[in-house]
Design a protein around this ligand. Structure first.
Ligand SMILES: Nc1ncnc2c1ncn2[C@@H]1O[C@H](COP(=O)(O)OP(=O)(O)OP(=O)(O)O)[C@@H](O)[C@H]1O
Ligand SMILES: [Mg+2]
Length: 1068
């Protein structure tokens, strides 16, 4: 295959560059160039294998040719490509073999991807419906149609599986998903059977709603069932079977279960299972299926008791089938198989005799009296069969209700209003048998209705819409089957009305009179024929008891036998009564006592069916449909066999060609202006965020901005029509991109808002904390101020009362004054003994202060004393003596204080050794050079004064001139002036003594202190203010006069006195 080369330019136009020879490249692509150019794009995205034929019939070159259509189907079928589109309708051909196209990977591939971007698949349809539901919030339905065995049920299961796998899930949702999935095997076991057409043929119609919450997760479901083919319970055509559950129970049921149910593991034993003579089917494994069903029942929520009760009913139907009758002579029927009655009585909990009577009699009410009328053998058998059908049919309805209860979404916040729904319709396909009865009539009527709906929703409505919207349009011819629907269902004139009338009218109504009535009433209808009305050719293929309907899907002959009975669906009153007595819980729900008292005649089966179909149509009309058209490739259920005749027939009656023609001429997509604008307005600055003008102008502005070309779209009265999906997908993609920037903006706004909120909250908190803290601080400050004021007040009061004795008013003040004085004192204690400073004490502490001062002084003295040396002590002692003698008495005393007394002023070498010798052992204590004044002439002579232990010696050079014993020392006189002259008075009686001695020392204070100490004459020193008298021997007296002067002068005055002029000192 040649490589496909495509160049996509921004306008959406496709340009295929010419090949070397200017020829086209690929037979598939060239066909699509032109107005369908975009479709080449779609094709190109697929793999080569997917491109077998065309994946959308719309791409067919000869779209009006049925041959081309079927050829395309065939080509793809051969390559196992069973799915092909007609626009958005999926055509599916049953492959009759397992294809590897339903894996999880496949599901992922289709998830969230545009319809045309991937190869056609049932998953694409499912995903598209799901996304439409999510984005447009519109309920969807997927209508699966096709004849029996075409693959409708399989397709519906695939859809369900797709949702179960790909939709968002939580634990709760998982349970719902499981239940939704598991409802299938249960319903199939009870409602499907092997027919000639299909080994797993649905013998009831099923419409299932899957409910999704706002997050798109499946949260619940609801099933509507339609007309179960009950007659199958009691009779099957050759080659067909009863419902699967009977065989599954017999094949798969455990030994003791079968024993309990009184069943044998042999289907041949049961009358109801032998009619078709086909107990085993190669494609069916009843034993395995039994296990699946048993498990599924548990998943759905059946308790063991529920299952037991249910199986009791299934077994009792089999036992009922085996109830046999004999005929008495009178013709009355009697039961020959008592053992069956025993089982039955046990299984359904009804008294055996009651059952027996009910199965052989009929209750008649005549003139208000109840009479039991015996039945003949045939009547009894049909009563028995009616009971079996009723039991099975009602149990099936109960089963559906039970499943519905388990699928019901029980969340109070969830209501069906805010749920989105996808409906799945899998209803029995159109069927034609050799012998067609009431059931086929109903089934085919149902298919007729669905076809009508299809026409309404696609062909007719599409064309009507173009017309209504004023879009130029060339009408496409198609067959509208409304005429057939009317033939069947019209009031008074329709077949169902006529049938009901025959059922209800008094007199001898029979199936034959019904046929006659039909001939009378609808005999002229173009779609109705009977043997009597038919032409010769038709007559050959019609029985006398048949009528033929020319359905949209083909002609079907219906045998009227049993029509009335089946339509009446009667069950004798006494059988109903017996069932009402049942102890089986399911049966008590199925047979309501109220039914017995209800005088109203129940609706006939056909009318019931008609009503329920009308309701179904209403449900479907309210939703947006997606179509899956199933085609059956052959009647032999064989893989790979493509029976062209059979397929052409289906293509025809499914209306696929008309569908294609409308599609080709039409527009792929349409939306109301407001919806379109609402969805895409963000893509154009003029329409975003809001368009103020007319909607049509808004849409026009928007599409121009998006670069739509004129041939790509048309604007109708209320809607925009877009021709190619590609155009829409490009817009969708642009929206997808735009969503990011919108999301970013939203995020930013939201983040800003949330941060601002957070900030405000923080700020509020901070302010609260601040306020609190400020409050605390202010309270503390206020308290301090209060305390301070209080203290000041106490202070002032204390101050006022300070002179009063201690009282509460002043105690604080007094204490404080004391305290502060003591504290001040402690800080300002005198540092040494000379420091005389001392804080002034408050009056109250005057005494204490004095004590303290003393103590302090003592302490300092003591401390000082501890540190002084003996020499210094000696010095101080001498100074003390000097102080005692001279302080404040002699002028030059103050000058002497700082000068230290020396131990001696003359050393050994200064004293003549002879003197030393003369003094002997007496120890010399002090020696000082002095000046001696003669007693007479006062001549000054230099001498040495030596103080010994007992005497003072006056020495001149080597001579001891005078020795004065201390005992003879009377006293010493000295002037108060600053001179150094002093007189040593001696005792005069001693003649040896020469009288008092006048001396002068430069260190008079030191010298006299030493003399006083040595001679112990401290108190004998006389400090004279004026003159000093002294004795000069033999009673004579001398006088020394002292005067102050500028300098020291010692001289003999004229008066004969010694005159001493002492220099004045600053200190005095
Ligand atoms: N997609 C498929 N892949 C494989 N086999 C399929 C597929 N579809 C259908 N079949 C086969 O075809 C058989 C019949 O299909 P199905 O039961 O779905 O038919 P139907 O249309 O529901 O018929 P009826 O109207 O009788 O119920 C299935 O049992 C299965 O064997
Ligand atoms: Mg089916």
């Amino acid at each position: 295959m040649m490589e496909l080369r495509i160049q996509l330019i921004p306008t959406g136009e496709i340009i295929l560059p010419p090949g070397k020879n200017g020829e086209s490249y690929c037979h598939n692509c060239t066909k699509a160039v032109g107005s369908d150019g975009v479709r080449v794009m779609m094709e190109s995205a697929l793999t080569a294998r997917d491109r077998v034929g065309v994946q959308d019939f719309v791409l067919l070159e000869n779209h009006t040719s049925e041959v081309a259509f079927i050829e395309n189907l065939r080509k793809r079928f051969k390559e196992n490509l069973i799915y092909t589109y007609i626009g958005s309708v999926l055509v599916s051909v049953n492959p009759y073999k397992d294809l590897e196209i339903y894996t999880k990977q496949h599901m992922e591939r289709y998830r969230g991807v545009n319809f045309y971007e991937v190869s056609p698949h049932i998953y694409a349809v499912s995903d598209n419906a799901y996304r439409s539901m999510r984005t447009e919030r519109r309920d969807q339905c997927i209508l699966i149609s096709g004849e029996s065995g075409a693959g409708k049920t399989e397709a519906s299961k695939k859809v369900l599986q797709y949702y179960a796998v790909t939709c968002p899930a939580s634990d709760k949702v998982q349970t719902v998903k499981d239940r939704l999935l598991q409802s299938n095997p249960v319903l199939e076991a009870f409602g499907n059977a092997k027919t000639l057409r299909n080994d797993n043929s649905s013998r009831f119609g099923k419409y299932m709603d899957i409910q999704f919450d706002f997050k798109g997760a499946p949260v619940g479901g609801h099933i509507l069932n339609y007309l179960l083919e009950k007659s199958r319970v009691v009779h099957q055509s050759h080659g067909e079977r009863n419902f699967h559950i009977f065989y599954q129970l017999i094949e798969g049921g455990e030994e003791d279960l079968l024993r309990r149910l009184g069943l044998e593991r042999n289907a041949q034993q049961y009358q109801y299972l032998v009619k078709g003579n086909c107990p085993k089917v190669s494609s069916i494994n009843d034993r395995n299926d039994w296990k699946v069903v048993r498990k599924a029942l548990t998943v759905i929520g059946f308790t063991d008791d529920d299952v037991e009760e249910l199986l009791n009913i299934i077994a009792s139907v089999l036992h009922l089938g085996n109830v046999q009758y004999g005929s008495e002579e009178s013709g009355n029927a009697y039961i020959t198989t008592d053992s069956q009655i025993k089982y039955l009585s046990r299984l359904i909990g009804v008294d055996g005799s009651v059952l027996k009577e009910a199965l052989t009699h009929k209750k008649i009410i005549a003139k208000g009296e109840e009479l039991m009328s015996p039945l003949n053998q045939e009547q009894a058998a049909s009563a028995r069969d009616a009971l079996s059908k009723a039991i099975y049919g009602r149990t099936f309805t109960w089963l559906v209700n039970k499943i519905n209860a388990s699928l019901e979404f029980k969340d109070s916040s969830f209501s069906s209003k805010n749920a989105s729904v996808i409906g799945l319709l899998d209803i029995y396909g159109f069927e034609v048998f050799q012998n067609n009865s009431f059931e086929q009539f109903c089934i085919n009527y149902c298919n007729e209705k669905l076809q009508q709906l299809f026409i309404e929703l696609t062909l007719k409505s599409e064309q009507d819409e173009y017309e209504a919207e004023g879009i130029t349009w060339e009408p496409v011819q198609y067959f509208n089957n409304k005429i057939i629907c009317d033939l069947v269902e019209e009031k008074f004139k329709g077949i169902i009305s006529i049938l009901d009338e025959e059922c209800l009218r008094p007199g001898d109504a029979s199936d034959i009179t019904f046929l006659e009535k039909l001939e009378d009433t609808v005999g002229g209808h173009p779609h109705f024929v009977t043997h009597k009305l038919a032409d010769g050719k038709t007559r050959k293929v019609m029985g006398r008891e048949e009528f033929r309907l020319l359905h949209y899907a083909g002609e079907v002959n219906y045998n009227v036998n049993g029509f009335l009975d089946k339509n009446n669906d009667l069950l004798f009153r006494n059988l109903k009564e017996a069932m009402c007595m049942s102890e089986n819980k399911i049966l008590t729900q199925c047979f309501d006592r109220e039914e017995l008292t209800d005088k109203k005649r129940p609706e006939t089966a056909a009318t019931q069916f008609k009503t329920s179909l009308a309701q179904l149509m209403e449900i479907l009309m309210s939703k947006e449909p997606s179509y899956v058209r199933c085609i059956k490739p052959n009647d032999a259920k064989q893989a790979g066999r493509f029976d062209e005749v059979l397929i052409r027939h289906q293509v025809k009656y499914l209306g696929l060609m008309e569908n294609l023609r409308v599609r080709r001429a039409g527009f792929a997509y349409r939306r109301r202006y407001e919806t379109f604008l609402q969805r895409y307005k963000s893509l154009c600055p003029e329409t975003w965020p809001n368009w103020q003008g007319r909607l049509v102008d808004g849409v026009s502005t928007l599409v121009k901005h998006l670069g739509y070309k004129p041939e790509e779209y048309k604007l109708g009265r209320t809607k925009i029509f877009i021709r190619f999906p590609k155009t829409l997908f490009a817009t969708e993609d642009a929206l997808e991109v735009r969503k990011h920037s919108l999301a970013t903006k939203l995020q930013a706004c939201w983040k800003g808002y949330s941060q601002k909120t957070k900030y405000r909250k923080l700020r509020r908190s901070a302010i609260v904390i601040q306020a609190w803290w400020r409050g605390i601080l202010a309270r503390r400050r206020a308290q301090r101020r209060r305390q301070a004021a209080e203290t000041i007040r106490r202070f002032i009061k204390g101050f006022i009362y300070r002179h009063q004795p201690r009282c509460p008013e002043n105690e604080y003040f007094l204490d404080y004054v004391r305290y502060s004085f003591l504290m001040k004192l402690s800080r300002n204690l005198p540092k040494n003994v000379l420091d005389k400073s001392w804080p002034t004490p408050p009056p109250a502490l005057a005494e204490a202060s004095e004590h303290l001062r003393k103590l302090c002084m003592q302490n300092m003295v003591w401390k000082y004393c501890k540190t002084i040396s003996p020499e210094w002590k000696h010095q101080l002692e001498q100074k003390m003596v000097a102080s005692e003698i001279f302080k404040d008495k002699k002028d030059n005393y103050p000058q002497s204080v700082p000068k230290l007394f020396v131990s001696t002023r003359l050393n050994g070498e200064d004293i003549n050794p002879k003197v030393v010798q003369a003094l002997g052992t007496d120890k010399m204590k002090y020696a000082v050079p002095v000046t001696k004044y003669d007693r007479k002439g006062y001549k000054a002579r230099s001498r040495q004064l030596l103080l010994m232990g007992n005497s003072a010696i006056i020495a001149e050079e080597a001579k001891v001139k005078q020795r004065i014993d201390y005992s003879a020392l009377k006293g010493i006189s000295v002037s108060s002036l600053s001179d150094g002259v002093f007189v040593i008075h001696v005792v005069c009686e001693d003649n040896k003594q020469k009288g008092d001695v006048v001396l002068q020392s430069d260190h008079v204070i030191e010298t006299l202190t030493k003399v006083a100490i040595c001679a112990d004459k401290i108190n004998s020193i006389n400090i004279s203010q004026g003159s000093i008298k002294f004795t000069v021997g033999q009673g004579k007296e001398g006088i020394i006069d002292f005067t102050s002067g500028s300098e020291l002068i010692v001289a003999k005055a004229k008066n004969g006195h010694l005159s001493v002029t002492a220099p004045r000192l600053n200190s005095r």
